[in-house]
Design a protein around this ligand. Structure first.
Ligand code: ATP
Ligand code: MG
Length: 407
């Protein structure tokens, strides 16, 4: 055990009072909260996931939880992780570890009972703190002062830590995006080591790269971090052809913090990344051209909405606003930006998505047998309905259908 653990007493943060967490900590008196929860509590951010660590071995963790009537799930028993489930909330509890061997993407670990060793294998000083149930903070590598200064600093020598796991390059920018003090110079030794480490990013799996990139892009304002990634060659390595400027503009005009919209604004093909099928479909839809301009009439908006969900059209309108060369009254020179892309987005959001009121059975009701003719008639009436701005209701569409059948 660490004799000289530098404990600091602070007013216990609000999340500590959570009854579910209290039950787990009561069952495991030697456990502490570790990693992101401690960092976020000290930074005054809301604490989302709570991870715990303990010198106890997994079998003891499991037994102690069960003795306290808490469900214990062996989520990663080989790695020393047990999940405690209390009232629907899961707490990951991991036995303290130290690295035995690393190869640039994973580590072989051994259990330890030394809190400092466990802290030393974590990536950044602000992520290497732990907190007892009473709210004492154990800060082994000056995490508190780095967090206050907005300095993302590696635990130990940056080049060594990067060579152990190249993902840490991307993790640096995740925390840079969220915790760096605006205008403050990033840690120079880290920047040098990152620049040198760029080729190593190539050994990482595309899933892990996209996992980190998505988190970077989900930060409230990742603009400066992404510009820094571009300057160091990191952005070009993970997203060849990406343009950090498009993202900065998207942020500047107040677009939502949507990672896929931001990825689209970077303007690079995402083939190198392993997006989920749903993400890929969404991204491809965002990247299609927008058929609308700010001065279109409501009929055109309804027509577009009949084919494409509002969320996608609004996303395309954000992207059109930052893409040079798009037809925008604002870019065409008038001092009065009216109507603007923002007006267009508001109109898209406020118009209900039109739904074509006829179905196959409306055609069958006229005596047709199921077959290609049914679909063809529906298509004809639908395109008439679209031409009419999606305004005709069910009976008007039925009348049009009857007209076509008769004629
Ligand atoms: P977030 O709130 O964004 O999830 P987090 O700090 O919880 O932030 P995680 O990726 O969930 O980040 O990791 C939890 C903790 O595990 C980190 O705080 C850090 O201490 C440690 N960690 C995670 N990944 C690495 C890594 N690749 N190298 C070293 N330490 C890591
Ligand atoms: Mg986390």
């Amino acid at each position: 055990m660490t004799a000289s653990a530098p404990a600091l007493r602070i007013a216990p943060p609000a999340f500590l009072a959570d009854p579910a967490l209290q039950r787990v900590l009561a069952a495991l008196p030697d456990a502490r909260i570790v990693g992101g929860a401690v960092r976020d509590a000290l930074a005054g951010h809301t604490v989302a996931d709570i991870d715990l660590a303990t010198p106890s071995l997994p079998a003891r963790i499991t037994q102690a939880l069960r003795d306290a009537g808490i469900r214990a799930i062996p989520t990663g028993i080989d790695h020393g992780t047990v999940t405690a489930l209390v009232d629907g909330t899961g707490f990951e509890i991991t036995t303290l570890r130290r690295d035995v061997a690393t190869d640039g993407r994973h580590a072989t670990v051994a259990f330890t009972d030394d809190w400092r060793q466990d802290a030393a294998r974590r990536d950044f000083s602000m992520n290497a703190m732990s907190m007892s149930a009473a709210g004492e903070v154990f800060d082994y590598f000056n995490g508190i002062s780095d967090l206050r200064a907005g300095l993302v600093r590696f635990v130990g020598d940056p080049a060594t830590r990067i060579a152990e796991d190249y993902l840490r390059i991307l993790r640096f920018f995740r925390f840079q995006a969220r915790y760096a003090a605006p205008g403050a110079a990033p840690d120079l030794a880290a920047l040098r080591a990152i620049g040198d480490g760029v080729p190593g990013l190539g050994i990482l799996s595309p899933e892990r790269v996209w996992g980190e990139l998505r988190r970077i892009l989900a930060a409230p304002d990742p603009g400066a971090a992404v510009v820094l990634m571009a300057a160091l060659g990191v952005l070009g390595k993970v997203l060849p052809g990406a343009d950090a400027g498009g993202l900065s503009q998207l942020i500047a005009i107040g677009a939502p913090a949507d990672p896929l919209l931001r990825l689209a604004a970077l303007g690079a093909g995402a083939d190198e990344l392993r997006l989920s099928t749903a993400e890929r479909t969404h991204l491809l839809a965002l990247c299609q051209p927008l058929s609308l301009t700010p001065s279109v009439d409501d009929d055109s908006i309804r027509r577009a909405l009949a084919e494409v969900p509002a969320e996608i059209l609004i996303g395309r309108a954000w992207l059109n606003e930052v893409r040079p060369g798009t037809l925008s009254p604002r870019l065409e020179g008038g001092a009065e930006p009216y109507p603007s892309w923002a007006d267009l987005r508001d109109r898209i959001a406020s118009i209900p998505r039109p739904i074509f009121p006829l179905e196959g059975r409306d055609v069958l009701a006229l005596g047709f047998l199921p077959g290609p003719q049914v679909g063809e008639l529906l298509r004809q009436v639908r395109s008439w309905w679209l031409q009419a701005g999606c305004v005709p209701d069910a009976s008007a569409c039925q009348a049009e259908l009857a007209r076509r059948v008769a004629g």
